[in-house]
Design a protein around this ligand. Sequence first.
Ligand SMILES: *Cc1c(COP(=O)(O)O)cnc(C)c1O
Length: 364
Amino acid sequence: MGFGNRVYNFSAGPSMLPLEVLEKVRDDLLNYAGSGMSVMEMSHRSKIYDSIINEAEANLRELMGIPENYKVLFLQGGATLQFSMIPMNLLRNSRKADYVVTGTWAEKAAQEASKFGDVAITASSKDKLFTYVPKVSRADFRPDADYAYITMNNTIYGSRYSYVPDTGDVPLVCDWSSGILSEGIDVSRFGLIYAGAQKNIAPAGVTIVIIREDLVGHAPKGTPVYMDYRTHADNGSMYNTPPAFTIYVAGEVFKHLKAMGGVAAQERFNREKAGKLYGYIDGSRLYRAPVEKDSRSLMNVVFVTGDEALDKKFVAEAREEGLLDLNGHRSIGGMRASIYNAMPMEGVDRLIAFMERFEAANLK
Ligand SMILES: *Cc1c(COP(=O)(O)O)cnc(C)c1O
C-alpha cells in the first residue's frame, strides 16, 4: 500500500487517520450503505444513523473492555469543555478536587476547576520542566476529595503515566486525549476517562466520556442543560444533534482497530515504533530526549539538539522531505514527533533515516 502523494504528518493533532479508513469514508461519501446520501446529510434520528452510533459505542466498549456500569457519551466542546464539565458534575460533597500537574493541559484543567471548588495540587513535575511523571499513591490524595485528576499522556512535554495511581475510594478522573486506544487499560480503576477525538480516533468534533454510572446525576440545580452528564446519559448522546459525521468516522476507526487485532496489537505496534525512535535518539550524538525513561510517551516523542537554530533548520528540512509538523509545541520549542496509532512504521523509518542524514551533515 503506497502513500502516493500523501505526507507523513507528525502533528500533535489533528493527526493522521488510517489510510484504509479514509478510503472507506471516501467510498461511502456520496451514498452510505445504499441510503442514497452521505452520513453528513443524514438525520441523526434515522434508523440507519442509530445503527452507526450504536455500533460505534459497542465496538469501543469491546476494544477497551468497558464494564456494564459505565456510560459512554459522545459530546462536543473538545477536551477543553471537560475541564469545566468535570468539576461542575463531580464536585458533589466536600467540593474538593486533587490534581496532579504534569504539563500544560493538567495546569489548565486545574485552573478551570478552581472556579468551582477547592482545588489542591497533589504533585507537580514543573520543578523539572515536566520531564517526568511523579509517583503518587493513596496517601497523597485528600481522602474526602470528590475526585482526583490526572493527564494520562502529556501531549506537549511527551511524558506519560506508566502506572495507574491508587487513589483509594476517591474516583480517579483521567484526560486521555492523546493516548486513548494506544495501550490497554483497566477502565474499572477510573471514575471517568475522557478524550478528544482528534489525536487517536477521528477528526475533531467529538469528545468521548466514559463515566461510572454512580458519578452521573450530581450536577447542582441551575447547571446548563448541555453541561450536565445526566442529560447525555439519559438520551444516548442524542439530547441534541450529535457530531454525526465525526462519530461515524470514529466508528470506522474502531472497526479498523478490531480488524488489526484490537488494542493489544496496537499497543505492541506502538511500543515497537516508539522503542525504535527513542533507541535511535539515545544512541545518537546530535539528539537528546529530555523526558526520563520510565515516563516517556509512546505517542509524542520530544527531542532537541540543544541548539535552537539547528532545531529550526531540522524542522524546515524535514518538511521538504514530506515529514511534516515536527516542531515542538510553541511553548517549549525543540522537536516533537507525534506517532499516534495511525502513523505507519514506514513514517518512523523515514524519520530516522532523515535524522541520520541531518546528523551527518550538521554534527560539528
Ligand atoms: C489536545 C489535548 C487537549 C485539548 O483538546 P481540545 O479538543 O482542543 O479541547 C486537552 N488535553 C490533552 C491531553 C490534549 O492532548
